[in-house]
Design a protein. Structure first.
Lengths: 364, 416
């Protein structure tokens, strides 16, 4: 099925669809007000996390309820750079009122933009590798792994809140002026940052697509559908799980960095349990096991959240909850599942679909 | 499989175009107004934003402030509005989430074009909104006592800064209750900063700190800490716990057989509203420091309390932040009328030295740091859930957010 490489009409449609989507994405600044563009940029950053999350959940069957950490660590790395840039050589304000008189040593290198970006990817990746090394190798999986990721969320958030002098505490890190010498508040910079985000999203999408279509991706799906069988065939699932989990965390870190640039604040509340679960919900609603579904799910759910809360400031949480329930009950495979359902009713490929893209996890 | 991609790509295109269309559509009409829904800012209304947490952990506190602000807006409208125009409130939900506060603040200023915003409770929400207001030159009225060390040109602070609540309270305690202080607080910026200041003050004034503890927000087990308190034998527990933790702490303190007669506790985040939640039996005799109590005896307060209860129910109580939110709306109105415009810079200029007879007594805006002069009051919880004022500062105290007037505070100067 995956070997179709001729330019069939369907494939042309596919390319046209992606081209249209990309065109819409990149021309958005022409249609949207500064505020809306800023919102969309934030949603795109969320879409990037969703892609990474889909890699491990939708394709490998590892449910992480701890992606808020990786997202947050990336965000903090960028925030540290921005804060130092804004402080212009002086001590960041929150350190002053928390009783520090000197910049902590681990803050110093973050004066460099390149270092901050590198750390924003490396720190989440290394943490994920570390966690993966001790769990996957010991065949900790399923619910146990998920609980571990939750524990990691609590630990990280508590640590960040407790170390106010070094992390800004519950307030987080906010109050930025410029990035690479450009004012972060100017519409031009914002537009540029939007384009950067859109480009990163497209790039991450392409990379993820490449990964899931590759032989590596096939092994991932095999692990999802029957880890023991994969092991018996002679693969070591732990290595694959570690690699994909690390990659997913790095992607979340990248998303976090972009998030800070658009939102202007990162606080532990953004990496707690609730946001971590929300991220999984975006993927569930968009459709796990399909990259486009995950990305769209993130954008749509956040857009809905923003619109609902504006229209019904009193009761928006009920609406949003209602949407979650409706989707889970009626569209167990998410919005992308709806698309393939529409298709399935018209074709006879039911069985092959279920085999290749269904989400069933056979009992191991 | 091939066909699947076809559907997927179609879905992408459709959804994205819908999304963009929806976003673009929403630009012009103010379809987002919630209260009157009378549409865009035509000539006869002035839009203001009301941005509090209506959901999440902070909702329980912030909804009352929102209510007071809405009441003030209604009263002003009933009396003819501002500059002959009605005020229209655009409500948004900060959802107890700091980035959401920043997002909604941005939306209120740049989409709804509100003249000003009343909102926030936690320091974290204010810190998140501050860069947005400064960037877009908006105007925020922040109604809660806080840790000071801040003076944004785009924020008016109608709650107390440290020298209008904590510093005088410590002085009073040193004079009346003893020298040995035990500091207990929730683990976030306000308690930590407040205690930093208190420690310096104790050092300078001959007090002694016999213990300092922080617990996470929402923490409910205080048995260990109460044992430590028993052991340390302080004269005073200075309590900066916030929210639910107060319920647990005071209940367990009572269960441990420690009453207000044994150890004085003074709280800076326990007001009338919280007493209802914690229980009078547990709190009776304990102290608090605020600038306003429901029992504060001023003519303006009589009407304020009456109207608030009439509007929202006899069982509701007023409290310091509620009053400060109400006062903020009236101060803004007075400034707009003096300026003859809602333009932010003009309103700021007009607000300088503006005075108003608030329920808490006469308040005056300090032109320099945009805080207000407030009377400090120390109160004791009575059996009816109200405070009896034990002491007040007489005149309204000049706000000094950076504690410039206090030599001992030299080391806690902020960096910006």
């Amino acid at each position: 099925m995956l070997t179709v490489r001729k330019l069939s009409p369907q494939r042309l449609w596919l390319l046209a669809g992606y081209a249209a989507a990309a065109a819409a994405l990149f021309s958005a600044p022409l249609f949207l007000s500064d505020f809306r563009l800023n919102l969309l940029a934030k949603f795109l950053a969320f879409a990037i996390v969703a892609l990474g999350l889909d890699l491990i959940w939708g394709y490998t069957g590892i449910l992480s309820l701890g992606h808020g950490i990786f997202f947050g660590l990336g965000a903090y790395a960028m925030a540290m750079y921005l804060k130092l840039e804004a402080s212009g050589g002086r001590l960041p304000d929150f350190m002053g009122w928390s009783g520090l008189s000197e910049l902590p040593f681990f803050w110093k290198p973050f004066e460099s933009f390149g270092f901050a970006v590198l750390m924003g990817i490396l720190i989440p990746a290394v943490l994920a590798l570390f966690l993966g090394f001790f769990t996957f190798r010991n065949r900790i999986r399923g619910v146990y792994f998920t609980i571990l990721t939750q524990a990691l969320v609590i630990i990280t958030a508590t640590l960040l809140v407790g170390q106010q002098a070094y992390t800004g505490g519950t307030n987080g890190v906010t109050g930025y002026n410029d990035i690479l010498g450009e004012s972060i508040a100017s519409p031009d910079t914002k537009r540029m940052l939007y384009w950067v985000t859109a480009a990163v999203l497209v790039a991450v999408f392409i990379v993820c697509r490449y990964v899931v279509k590759s032989r590596f991706g096939k092994v991932l799906r095999a692990i999802r559908d029957g880890e023991n069988r994969v092991r018996f065939i002679g693969y070591n699932p732990a290595v694959y799980q570690m690699v994909i989990f690390t990659m997913s965390a790095a992607i979340a870190g990248i998303a976090g960095m972009l998030f800070v640039l658009h939102v202007g604040i990162i606080s532990p509340s953004m990496m707690g349990i609730v946001p971590s679960i929300e991220m999984v919900l975006w993927v569930a609603i968009g459709g796990r096991g399909t990259l486009i579904g995950a990305a769209l799910g993130a954008v749509l759910m956040n857009w809905a959240k923003s619109e609902f809360s504006t229209t019904y400031p009193q009761g928006w949480t009920y609406f949003l909850g209602g949407v979650f329930i409706l989707v889970v009950v009626f569209l167990p495979n998410g919005l992308a599942g709806l698309a393939s359902k529409l298709k399935l009713s018209k074709t006879r490929e039911v069985r092959s679909e279920a085999e290749h893209d269904g989400i069933e996890h056979p009992a191991v | 499989m091939k066909k699947k991609w076809f559907y997927q790509s179609g879905l992408v295109a459709v959804v994205l175009s819908l999304l963009l269309a929806a976003c673009a559509n929403n630009e012009e009409p103010a379809s987002t107004t919630t209260e009157s829904g009378s549409g865009a800012a035509s000539g006869d209304v002035i839009k203001v934003g009301v941005l509090h947490s209506l959901s999440g952990t902070m909702a329980i506190s912030e909804v009352s402030v929102r209510d007071a602000e809405m009441m003030a807006i209604e009263e002003i409208n009933a009396a003819g509005g501002v500059l002959g125009k009605k005020i229209e409130a655009v409500q948004e939900d900060g959802a107890s989430d700091w980035p959401t506060f920043a997002e909604k603040a941005r939306k209120l200023i740049s989409e709804d074009k509100v003249a000003t915003v009343f909102g926030g409770w936690t320091s974290s929400s204010r810190k998140a909104m501050k860069p947005v207001f400064e960037e877009l030159n908006g105007l925020l009225w922040y109604p809660v006592q806080y840790e000071g060390l801040e003076a944004s040109p785009n924020i008016f602070y109608t709650g107390a800064t440290t020298n209008q609540q904590i510093v005088p309270a410590v002085d009073w305690l040193l004079e009346n209750r003893g020298k040995r202080f035990y500091l207990l607080g929730s683990d976030y910026v306000f308690p930590r900063t407040a205690n930093l200041i208190i420690k310096e003050q104790l050092k300078a004034k001959g007090g002694e700190m016999v213990g300092e503890e922080y617990t996470p927000l929402g923490h409910t087990d205080y048995s260990t800490i109460i044992s430590k308190i028993k052991e340390a034998k302080p004269d005073v527990v200075f309590n900066t716990l916030n929210g639910d933790s107060n319920v647990a702490f005071f209940k367990q303190l009572k269960d441990a057989g420690i009453s207000a007669q044994d150890i004085t506790t003074l709280s800076v985040s326990v007001a009338e509203e919280e007493i209802r939640g914690i229980g009078v039996d547990v709190l009776q005799g304990h102290l608090a420091a605020w600038n306003y109590y429901q029992t504060t005896d001023t003519p303006a307060n009589k009407t304020f309390v009456e109207n608030y209860k009439k509007k929202y129910g006899e069982d509701r109580v007023t409290a310091d932040p509620i009053e400060a939110g109400y006062t903020a709306v009236y101060l803004w109105k007075a400034a707009v009328e003096k300026a003859g415009s809602t333009d932010v810079d003009k309103v700021k200029a007009a607000a300088k030295d503006l005075e108003w007879d608030a329920p808490e007594g006469k308040v005056k805006i300090d032109g320099e740091n945009q805080h207000i002069y407030k009377t400090v009051r120390i109160g004791e919880v009575q059996s009816d859930g109200q405070f009896k004022e034990l002491w007040n500062s007489g005149d309204a105290v000049m706000p000094d957010p950076f504690l410039k007037g206090y030599d001992w505070a030299a080391s806690i100067k902020p960096t910006d």
